[in-house]
Design a protein around this ligand. Structure first.
Ligand SMILES: Cc1cc2nc3c(=O)[nH]c(=O)nc-3n(C[C@H](O)[C@H](O)[C@H](O)COP(=O)(O)OP(=O)(O)OC[C@H]3O[C@@H](n4cnc5c(N)ncnc54)[C@H](O)[C@@H]3O)c2cc1C
Length: 418
């Protein structure tokens, strides 16, 4: 297929097509055998992992995910989102939409998902790690040899994270970190975390800083698991008790923690486009297949208009949300999707991508369950799992209501400033 590489093009570029062609082979040649081996271990699967006695993802499932991540890193699949100068692929957001859509569409709920940097992988904020620690941390995180996480939310603050309690105090040239984080993805497993904390109380958006914390730092402790309806054993608490951090562990500059946290969060928001398009079209295909096989009154249920309309609604939601993602991300590629400070127009566009995709995908997942009847409600079916995932998506990385705030702020500000 010819590629179109115009400045606002939403088509997959040549390097996206190269990535997806090679990724398809990677799924067959490398991921499928790891999945087959995992199936022999009685540990569940990546979609429905058995949990250990602490409620955490079974270590064998986590090890399989890490193996896929490391192999993907070695073959150049893991970090297309990171700038080429830091060892990543340097892909634009439109290119990333296509990559994410392909990975989600073709991995379904399997281990292939671990091949592409997600919350345990390198983010735009990691590009601000100080030169002194890049070799030790940035290089292995980008190559998938080391994992990471983002620790922002606390027991008493989520949306309102400027009110956080975790703080760092200067001691000579070092910083002493204290606090507790909650609902942190990969809390039990990651090697490092980007931790936001207060360094200048009362300074508003300049009050926070971000530090890289190593799980081997004295004073770092993994806390209890925070089980959710996802039931994946991945989310938990972290405790920081007088962790001494040298100045080079500060990410960016002191006072830039809020902007850096937003760059991480905005990255997660934009990833919703490809993810919901990929999983959405997978669910549409599965619904069509089921509607052709399942019969009622001697005919496939796909011949019933009621079922046809469910499928049409799934299709239109998926198409509409995907189109929004591609158009908005093309616009964001012009603005600089993660620049600090962000262009004025960017937050509204980023929130449009998140809220439109999350809400559309929730309807798609709900209708997918409906088409499958009791099978769709059955524990462990892709429809049942993705319905729970879809419900979850509307809260992390900024709730739906927080996206509405950003969208209306963008519009009202333009109106008020003429
Ligand atoms: C599975 C999972 C994984 C997560 N992973 C991470 C992670 O890796 N790292 C991390 O730091 N956090 C993580 N989180 C936390 C997540 O980011 C927060 O749950 C989210 O930001 C919402 O915060 P909250 O849960 O405290 O809800 P709250 O902020 O308490 O919100 C409660 C309700 O009030 C509404 N509300 C609050 N403030 C406003 C406002 N200003 N305007 C309008 N409505 C408002 C919300 O929309 C919501 O309906 C994770 C959460 C889950 C469930």
């Amino acid at each position: 297929m010819a590629s179109t590489e115009g400045p606002r093009s939403i088509e997959p570029t040549g390097r996206v097509l190269d990535y997806t062609t090679r990724f398809e082979r990677f799924l067959e040649d490398r991921v499928a055998p790891i999945e087959a081996e995992l199936a022999t271990k009685g540990a569940g699967s990546s979609a429905v992992p058995t949990l250990d006695h602490d409620g955490r993802m079974h270590p064998a499932v986590q090890e399989a995910r890490e193996q896929v991540r490391r192999e993907a890193g070695a073959l150049g699949f893991y970090a297309p989102n990171i700038s080429a100068k830091f060892g990543g692929g340097g892909f634009s957001r439109v290119e990333m939409h296509h990559v994410e859509e392909f990975v989600y569409r073709n991995s379904g709920l399997g281990l292939g998902l671990a091949a592409l940097a997600w919350t345990e992988g390198p983010s735009p904020a990691h590009e601000y790690l100080s030169p002194a620690i890049r070799q030790q941390y940035l290089d292995p995180i980008v190559s998938g040899q080391m994992s990471t996480g983002f620790a922002n939310t606390e027991p008493s603050v989520g949306s309102d994270f400027l009110a956080m309690g975790t703080h760092a105090v200067k001691d000579g040239s070092d910083w002493i970190l204290n606090g507790t984080k909650k609902w942190i993805t990969s809390a039990a497993f990651s090697d490092t975390f980007l931790v936001t904390c207060v360094t200048e109380p009362g300074a508003g958006t300049k009050s926070l800083s971000m530090f890289l914390v190593d799980a081997n730092d004295p004073g770092f402790r993994r806390g209890v698991d925070n089980p959710s309806m996802m039931n994946d054993g991945l989310t938990g608490e972290l405790h920081f008790d007088n962790i001494r951090l040298p100045a080079e562990r500060c990410v960016g500059e002191i006072g830039s923690g809020f902007a850096l946290a937003m760059s991480w969060i905005n990255w997660r928001r934009l990833c919703r486009g490809g993810m919901c398009a990929g999983w959405g079209s997978w669910l549409v295909d599965r619904a069509i297949e089921h509607a052709q096989q399942r019969t009622s009154g001697g005919k496939p249920i796909g011949e019933l208009q009621a079922v046809q309309h469910l499928i049409a609604q799934m299709d239109l939601d998926t198409y509409q949300a995907r189109a929004t993602s591609l158009v908005a991300q093309a616009e964001l590629d012009q603005l600089g999707p993660f620049s600090i400070p962000l262009e004025r127009e960017a937050p509204r566009l980023i929130s449009l991508v998140k809220v439109i995709n999350d809400e559309a995908f929730y309807r798609v997942a709900d209708r997918a369950v409906q088409v499958h009847g009791a099978e769709g409600l059955s524990l462990g079916s892709p429809e049942e799992k993705l319905f729970r995932v879809a419900r979850n998506l509307r809260i992390p990385a900024g709730t739906t209501e927080i996206q509405y705030n950003a969208i209306s702020r963008g519009r009202l500000r333009n109106k008020l400033s003429g």
